[in-house]
Write a new protein. Structure first.
Length: 93
């Protein structure tokens, strides 16, 4: 019996700021920087890579590269993307 699967993309399920915050919260709980990079990629794709890049003051191509599996975004890039998404980082004890 052959099993058929349907491709799933997290970007297709992210709609609200609350969705974004919940997704990032879960990812940050894990503590894996590669997972955070992938989540930011999902989120920026869900909101429009070109729009987020422009709002963050980054080139679209540079943002794609930074958030790609081989990318290594600087913290400044992550902070600018979060700001462009209307989010902010916070720390809790």
């Amino acid at each position: 019996m052959v099993r058929r699967t349907i491709p799933w993309d997290a970007a297709d399920t992210i709609e609200t700021k609350e969705d974004i915050a919940a997704y990032l919260d879960a990812v940050l709980e894990d503590g894996d920087p590669d997972l955070l990079k992938a989540a930011l990629g999902d989120i920026t794709r869900s909101k429009g890579m070109a729009e987020i890049a422009k709002a963050a003051g980054l080139g679209r191509t540079n943002l794609y590269k930074a958030l790609s599996p081989d990318g290594n975004p600087e913290f400044a890039t992550v902070a600018r993307v979060l700001k462009a998404l209307g989010l902010r980082l916070s720390v809790a004890a």
